[in-house]
Design a protein around this ligand. Sequence first.
Ligand SMILES: Nc1ncnc2c1ncn2[C@@H]1O[C@H](COP(=O)(O)OP(=O)(O)OP(=O)(O)O)[C@@H](O)[C@H]1O
Ligand SMILES: [Mg+2]
Length: 252
Amino acid sequence: MKKIIIGENIVKSFGAGKEKYNVLNGVSAKIDKGEFVAVMGPSGSGKSTLMFAMSGMDGIDGGKIAFDGLDLSALSENELSDIRRTKMGFVFQQPTLLKNLNILDNIILPSMRDNRRSALKITGKAKALMKKTGIAELEKRDITQVSGGQLQRVGICRALMNNPTIIFGDEPTGALNSKSAQEIMDIFSEINAEGTTVMLVTHDAKVAARTERIMFMRDGNIVSELRLPKFGGTNMDDRIARVTEKMRDIGI
Ligand SMILES: Nc1ncnc2c1ncn2[C@@H]1O[C@H](COP(=O)(O)OP(=O)(O)OP(=O)(O)O)[C@@H](O)[C@H]1O
Ligand SMILES: [Mg+2]
């Protein structure tokens, strides 16, 4: 399988001098092109830090990260931000949206900087994504007039505007109830089935059970991994049981 990200012995530390401490202790992790992976682990174990490192959002203090064959440490800040903008999509627990813009404008805003595409094309793409994620009728709504699940769909649409190779989600369902969380996972599953690589951080066994590989972290290391077949929709209870058993084994 072709790799989209290869991280080798990643070290990330915070603080300085005597106060310096490692948050990632030589983590090695690879992600295949087209893979759907999750990262689980206790609070503070380094999940977000690993995701930020692997996406080049944050620099690292040791080790090496290759994205699509490019050594991230060899790139200038401009080259890095180009890659993030054109090849990566990011979704967080709460999307950061602008209150004075409606939903459609919030989705298209980041893409408007891209002068290779016409405004008409950008708007067309946004509308297609809104339809796909079930929020087509909300385009003129203010962001304060929609539910948390709908808001998260807005964040996903925005992240997909540039057809990213990979989408990173840091607890994208963390603020949602179980039903909305599964609906958001339906969208991630669909995106993944269409070929986009997906990497999610989650605390929720039901969310992780939708992916095909789960990396378990503890104290800045990946301590275990669970592989599941691609999600088919029928054997959810069995998948959740496998995830929760593993969580229990490693004490999450
Ligand atoms: N900017 C920072 N400065 C100093 N320490 C930090 C910084 N960011 C994270 N840390 C520390 O690094 C460790 C790992 O943080 P990280 O956010 O990666 O954990 P996490 O596994 O994502 O946790 P959670 O599940 O609570 O989101 C924690 O001890 C945290 O306090
Ligand atoms: Mg986190």
